[in-house]
Design a protein around this ligand. Structure first.
Ligand SMILES: [Zn+2]
Length: 368
């Protein structure tokens, strides 16, 4: 379990440093770390003072937390709003094409009720350890074990997340002491296993090369985690979980990605129609949320290509995955994945069958 006293202590130190810091890069690292600590304290209800915030919020219709968090949220908003990532006409066109392709291949599943399983946190941790060991790569395993074997970096909370309905896990990044803190919200179903395993991969990514908002093209942080999710589903089957129950995890992901595509497409077309009504026939500017959703779609596709590479040639595929995690993408250029052998044409092609491939698991056979 996270050591709350230690986190509070570190937060004080980081906040003090932040007040004195004038270097923009260090300031970003300190601000993001301070925000991560605050969220860890609030989101997991471990800080006693949070109870008081909650009471105050009840009395003031959430105004108390809003005021209290404003300056921290403002720090993050300032960083995100000033990202200025390079997005030119062709890249927008490419992302919207991906979006359309994903929508055209929408298998649509009903609301998913995950299979209930007996859950204890030791088993969840052990399953993850076995999964990372099964990949057969010492570097990945040792990075995963750094978090899995350090109790103060892991936290399990029974129930759902306060602020995000669908969120079952989070990884908070401490750029100052170079730690990744994972939390999994436990609900007694198979998704609990996926959640911890996914968050652990965020920590592996962080230990491979810690990327901040401004020194990397922001938005591709799910590439490595999605790759691992795809592999993990197959692993669960090889561990004896039924295909039917694992398929629910696959279908939930397909539904989620379809909802991202649908959301962006509806918004994009709404704005475009409005512009046309005023006689403007131009490409729509993406706001930060549209861009984030589209980059997550692109990430899911890149991850699927990586997953197939790993299935076809374990060593080569994992080496590309590690190369991806170690590389920072220039925020002033269109993201290019040729350095891991993935072209935009590959991404476009894979986008046409992404959802149906994910949900029906075309890759038969053993994981490795
Ligand atoms: Zn994630």
């Amino acid at each position: 379990m996270w050591n709350i006293e230690e986190i509070k202590e570190k937060r004080k130190i980081v906040n003090d440093k932040l007040k004195k810091c004038s270097n923009a890069h260090d300031k970003e690292a300190l601000a993001l770390t301070s925000l991560a600590y605050l969220r860890m304290l609030c989101d997991t209800k471990l800080d006693k003072s949070v109870k008081i915030y909650k009471l105050m919020d009840k009395l003031t219709c959430n105004k108390f937390t809003l005021i209290k968090n404003r300056k921290y949220n403002q720090m993050e908003a300032d960083i995100v709003n000033n990202l200025n990532q390079y997005v030119d006409y062709d890249f927008k066109d490419f992302l919207m094409q991906i979006c359309k392709n994903v929508l055209n291949d929408n298998p649509k599943y009903d609301d998913i009720e995950y299979t209930k399983v007996a859950v204890d946190v030791f088993k969840i941790k052990d399953t993850s350890k076995n999964f990372y060991a099964s990949l057969g790569d010492f570097e990945l395993l040792s990075k995963a074990l750094k978090t899995l074997n350090t109790p103060s970096l892991l936290n399990f909370v029974y129930g759902t997340h306060d602020r995000f309905d669908n969120c079952r896990g989070m990884t908070y990044l401490d750029y100052v002491y170079e730690n990744a803190y994972c939390v999994a919200f436990i609900n007694g179903d198979l998704l609990d296993y996926q959640t911890l395993n996914h968050e652990i991969m965020h920590s592996v990514d962080f230990y491979s090369n810690s990327k901040m908002f401004t020194d990397n093209y922001y938005g591709f942080h799910e590439v490595s985690t999605y790759t691992v999710d795809y592999l993990f589903w197959d692993f669960l089957e090889s561990e004896g979980y039924s295909k039917e129950s694992v398929d629910l995890l696959r279908q939930a992901r397909a539904n989620y990605l379809a909802s991202l595509a649908r959301h962006v497409y509806t918004e994009y077309n709404g704005i475009r129609q409005a512009m046309k009504a005023y006689g403007i026939d131009e490409q729509v500017d993406f706001d930060i949320n549209m861009l984030k959703d589209l980059l997550e779609l692109e990430s899911a596709i890149i991850a699927y290509i990586l997953y197939n590479k790993i299935k076809a040639d374990n060593k080569l595929g994992l080496s590309d995955l590690k190369k991806f995690m170690k590389t920072k993408l220039d925020p002033n250029k269109t993201p290019d994945f040729n350095f891991i052998g993935i072209s935009n044409d590959d991404i476009l092609l894979a986008s046409k069958t992404l959802l149906s491939n994910i949900s029906k698991n075309n890759n038969k056979g053993k994981l490795i």
